[in-house]
Design a protein around this ligand. Sequence first.
Ligand code: ATP
Ligand code: MG
Length: 393
Amino acid sequence: MNKVLIIRYGEIILKGLNRPYFEKKLAKHIEANLRDLGTFKVRKSNAVFFLDIDGYDEKEVIERVKKVFGIVSVSPTYAFKVGDIEDICNEALKYTKEKIGGDKDITFKVESRRSDKRYPLKSPEIARLVGGYILNNMENVKVDVHNPDVVIHVDIRDQVYIYSEKIKGYGGLPLGTNGKAMLLLSGGIDSPVAGWMMAKRGVEIEAIHYHSYPFTSERAKEKVIDLARKLSTYCGKIKLHCVNLLPIQKEINEKCPEEEMTILSRRFMMKIAEKLAVKESCNALITGENIGQVASQTIQGLTVTNASVDIPVFRPLIAFDKIDIMDIARKIDTYETSILPYEDCCTVFLPKRPVTKPKVDRILISEQRLDVDQLIEKAVETVEVIEISVEEE
Ligand code: ATP
Ligand code: MG
């Protein structure tokens, strides 16, 4: 028997004539995510993938494959040559003993599928014979066709495949099938989740982070690099642009009303991000903004922030409750890093009473006191680019 991983994908099946393009991308991402474990080759057959994993650490392989967007579920599987029904019964018994051998009073059923119609027995008959054989040769099992503890699947294709587990993936679409966007990545909980969600829909991610060095520490920047690295286990290589916002914040602090500090610096963040996005061929910006979460995230606040740029801004978390965002952050393993208590550039000049209902025309008047273009130009000149990939860990 060989160990094989069955990999199922969802939405891609609906892609009609484009399906081969999506399948090719998906296969490439699976192989890339496994590159440092060995050379793997995905085989395609009837809308599923097969991956030979004999001799590899099954858990580790599954962990990696699960992180590839576009995959709905995977099943660790035993595969062997198609033979007569006695053969299949014996192998199925061996598999079941290994799977639930020691456990007491387990209920099971066998489900069979015959993709290779040349096989002389029909699916229900195969299921009945295999199920009967297991029942007669194991003591602690009972058949329950309605609500079994374990379903033993026997699929007859180019080989016989036996499996019982379906481990869920994240779904979505293969990375890079929906363009590229620039993620405004803070050290907080929300923005990594926002980036992850867009990447799950096939959007390739670049990131931009603003710091206020030396007011913010080197450690705070390291934290953002760590977050980008966590994201890169899903998103592949991420180009992280680090920009010092301090000169701009100082300028705003000196020349504009104190209560407009946050909203004005937010607009600068957006504009600089847009500039770099265009330069890097990104089609949109992504933020972790959320309606009502903090003072700057009122409808009016978001309107004024939004009005600073021309390219689309995606805010996938706009209507999520914080609790639900935190759940995703835990699931994708960014939470523990996000809650580390290092300073953020926004807290450096935090106004005592920030405007919660800013108006675009008022904000534009304040901005006239600043040389916006030149400030942006200078900030972009000092950008530090860090290429983040998993291998650097
Ligand atoms: P987060 O948890 O993502 O920091 P937040 O709830 O703290 O979000 P804000 O601080 O108001 O909200 O930031 C809103 C969004 O603006 C963030 O989700 C992020 O996309 C962007 N942003 C904020 N600060 C920075 C920063 N220092 N660098 C890059 N982007 C930032
Ligand atoms: Mg924040």
